[in-house]
Design a protein around this ligand. Structure first.
Ligand code: HEC
Length: 139
């Protein structure tokens, strides 16, 4: 029997694209400034927090459990999930959405590709120790 973890970790990118998609690399460095921009997008105009929660752990307060079709948003603080995904796979999701789920495409209607990379830096930061963020250029 497959556990819930396997379902969550299963790649979302189709097999015929995934090798290519894994080569996509973020052009941004996680600095205070880029992370702050990503946070503003996550909580603001890109409304990611509505479904993913301000804490990144899953359902946001605005949506009742059971109202989203398909799998629920995953826990972005799950280190195993973070490790299972390349940056390219996350960007692919923002370009294409996740078929059969409530996760819609955000590029180019809501986010530019550059903004998408910013928001993904913030998504990545949920997987790190929040007390000691691994941000370059910090005092
Ligand atoms: C309407 C609710 C909703 C909104 C708004 C939303 N998401 Fe999602 N998101 C989901 C759901 C549900 C899934 C799970 C899809 C799946 O299991 O394949 C998901 C999946 C994802 C994934 C892929 C997870 C994986 O395993 O590869 C990423 C990354 C993601 N969302 C980021 C974002 C970002 C960034 C935003 C804002 C730009 C956002 N989401 C906005 C509901 C939402």
């Amino acid at each position: 029997m497959l556990g819930a973890d396997q379902v969550v970790l299963k790649p979302r990118v189709p097999a015929d694209q995934i090798e290519q998609v894994k080569t996509w690399k973020t052009p941004l460095q996680p600095t205070r400034e880029t992370l702050e921009k990503g946070k503003q997008l996550f909580q603001g105009k890109a409304f990611c927090a509505t479904c993913h929660g301000r804490d990144g752990k899953g359902l946001g307060g605005d949506i009742e459990p059971g109202t989203l079709k398909g799998p629920l948003p995953r826990d972005f603080t799950d280190q195993e999930w973070q490790a299972a995904r390349t940056d390219g796979e996350l960007l692919w999701i923002l370009k294409n959405g996740s078929k059969g789920t409530a996760m819609a495409p955000f590029i180019p209607l809501i986010l530019t590709e550059d903004e998408a990379w910013q928001v993904l830096l913030y998504v990545r930061s949920f997987g790190q120790n929040r007390d000691k963020p691994q941000v370059e250029g910090q005092p």
